[in-house]
Ligand binder design. Structure first.
Ligand SMILES: [Zn+2]
Length: 221
């Protein structure tokens, strides 16, 4: 009797027990969260590397500034005191200072390069030359736009359609490419540069110089 009673009491939980045992709730529960979204690579807007690789670029301090602005959480993850400590903790002091020195040198070099490029750009002169073909006919030669990354063919096309005239890219006497537009359109060209129209965007009007090329009458005589 006692035995039977016991069985009855156990009989209630026992049918319940096998049910979970077949599904093993704890084990299959783990594989389920496994299909995580693919790791989102966050690229640096300064050096274009994924942000965890900024240190291999040549603009780390700028990268850090940018990251702090846009994603302070990532900034903290990579550059907080703790993160840096954890990272260099395994390095010798010598290796640490070399790493620092390298980073500084690399950055200085990149800055100098960017400076030089900017200076060169600022020093580049654009000339708009009015060339007299004969008493009533002029052409306008524009030289130097390429220093500002302008596609000369596109610029010529823009001038041609804007002024409803002919425009082409030719080599001048010095062997340098320039745009020659039919007609006396120097002022209009300058206006387009001032207004930064189309492909002329980014050209500093201050760098434009006007030149007059008059036909020398004494030459022919
Ligand atoms: Zn970067």
């Amino acid at each position: 009797m006692v035995r039977k009673n016991n069985q009855d009491q156990k009989g209630q939980p026992t049918p319940a027990a096998p049910a979970p045992s077949t599904t093993e709730p704890t084990e299959p529960a783990e594989p389920i969260p496994e299909p995580k979204p693919p790791v989102q690579v966050f690229y640096c807007a300064v050096c274009t590397f994924p942000v965890e690789y900024c240190e291999f670029g040549s603009s780390l301090s700028k990268c850090k500034e940018w990251l702090k602005d846009v994603r302070v959480d990532l900034y903290e993850r990579f550059y907080s005191e703790d993160a840096l400590q954890a990272k260099i903790g395994t390095m010798s002091l010598e290796a640490q200072s070399k790493l620092e020195k390298d980073a500084v040198e690399k950055e200085a070099k990149a800055d100098a390069k960017a400076d030089a490029a900017l200076k060169k750009k600022l020093a580049s002169q654009i000339t708009i030359k009015r060339i007299e073909r004969n008493k009533r006919k002029h052409v306008t030669a524009i030289h130097g736009l390429e220093a500002f990354g302008v596609d000369l063919k596109k610029a010529a096309k823009q001038f041609a359609s804007k002024f409803a005239t002919g425009a082409s890219v030719t080599k001048n006497a010095q062997g340098l490419e320039e745009i020659v537009v039919q007609g006396d359109v120097g002022d209009e060209v300058f206006e387009l540069i001032e207004k930064q129209v189309g492909v002329l965007k980014g050209i500093p009007p201050d760098n434009v110089e006007f030149v007059e090329d008059k036909k020398k009458k004494s030459e022919g005589a």
